[in-house]
Design a protein around this ligand. Sequence first.
Ligand SMILES: [Zn+2]
Ligand SMILES: [Zn+2]
Length: 631
Amino acid sequence: MITVFPDPYPDELLYSVCARYQERMMWGNQKTTLEDLFGSNTVVAVVDLPGHVDALISHLPAGHRYSSDEIIDRHTLLPYFSPFLAASQLEGVRLAMRRGSGSGISGRAGIMASTVKTPQVLQYCPQCVEADRTAYGEAYWHRVHQLPGLTVCPHHSGTSIYPSQVAIHSSGRRQGFDILEATTPEAYKEPVLYPGANAQPDLNTFVAHQSWGLLSQSRVAVGLDALRQRYMEQLQNRDLANTNGRIRAREFVQQFEQFYGRDWLRAMGCGLTEDGEQAWVLRMVRHPKGSQHPFKHLLLTHFLGMTMDALLEPKRPSLRLNRLWPCLNRVAVHYGQPLISEAQTQLRQTSGGKVGVFTCSCGFSYRCAIGEDPYLEAKVVQFGPIWEAKLKKLSEDATVSLRGAARILGVDPATVKYHATRLQLGRWQRPLSPGKTPQQGSIEDYRQHWLDVQAQYPEMGRTALRQMAPAVWSWLYCHDREWLMAHQPSAAPTLRPERISRVDWTQRDRDCAAQVPAIVTRLKQQEDPIVRVTAKAIFRELGHSSWLERHHDKLPLTIQTIAEVVEDRIAFALRRLDIVATDFWRTGRTPNPWELLRSAGIRTDLARLSEIQNTAARLCDPVVAITYADS
Ligand SMILES: [Zn+2]
Ligand SMILES: [Zn+2]
């Protein structure tokens, strides 16, 4: 047990307290200090997440007022990380800090695995130094000044943070204890700067204040899933995700990169597309596996115009419900039963009143305005494990078709495909479309993707192909240039002007126009998925679609024929209703109108039209079904 212990100052690093103890005792080497404070001279001095805290507490002078948790929460960097760790992870880190050795803790918190650039030396604010000297007679190392990306002091607006001479090992270790007072004479040289940091004064202030907010918070963690949902809401408000939670990944990544600048993101170790993996912003808003560095959360909240307070707000106030709401999980045995007694309010309001998120104990949740009919207006937020398990089972049953599965699951086929792709079920997965980046792609994926695009557009030249799949092209250009050069069309366009001029356009126009009726019939026969008859679809069937489209002024007859047969949205919706209703009847069941509308994937704006409603009602009339069964 020791007889004196320097009282930790506000926001002082535990490391700094130990350094001041060593200074006060005038111990020449840190081994004695460590022996005094921790009862062992093999303890390592760690700046961010130190261990042996229980041992320290047991060596403090009799009558001290400190607890391990208090030391951890007020004098280490754990509160900065804690909101972004899974509950079990956080518990493990805290336990390791209390009883563990202090090595390997940052690995446990996922910090080691992170690429985020952290300060290589201890840092300080000159104004805090002055203020602390006035208040306490000495300066000390603050926690907040050691956080990644920090360039200004949150307590002294506009004052730059300065690096000291005290280097930190990348694992957060430091050989020996150094007090701030011993290093300041060297100081006041060059402030901490990151490339382009000065160009973003807003961002500097934001990072400083939000980082400080994280350190000084003592909230109960809301959980990674809640964070993901809050991000999703903001993405939806910005039209970067649709109401079903489908993310417009390319736009999102592009806007994010433009917002911060690619160079700056790279300099901070937060580049989006560095290793060909799925961009971290996407990992963060999809189903987060493993935790992400707090600094990345800071960047995403700033981009989305949120604050940490809004993101970490303990729990949304519940909507007061005057009745129980039904579970809409079509594969649950309790489907349709009034089971949900509580809903969380959303920020948005609609004409139907306040919007709530209704979550059933089966994991299924949907969003709906309080004044609207959930059977008609609800948007699924999350399908949950039971639904996903059913989807997986259906995908393994070869006798079930895509639309059969969609009907059983209560969604449209596109949604089945989306989740089959997300869950990598092996069946019903969407093929990569040109222009999209393969996610978590290997070099083989990129190569295959590029070859696919070429096969799909054999008539295209280099530049046009590159425009069809810009992300894939640039990835290959960066990582696999030699192969790319060997696998692209020759520089000259395959259709040179003089050759085009020799095409007999009149004859070609007649040929194409003659093919249109057969193509339309073929398109309408496709049921899995149902295809809308559009000019683009017809051109695609005619072959050389982009080339023909480019020269459509030379094909007047074809264009006119196409104009007569294409379907508008309403016509297409009516045809879908018909096909899906027939499917229901085949199974001997007559659907409800809303069930039919939903299975056919009719959007809300269309479902309100009387033409659609009348057709749905007619198709759900048992008499119509009997007529079908007889015929
Ligand atoms: Zn300061
Ligand atoms: Zn349920």
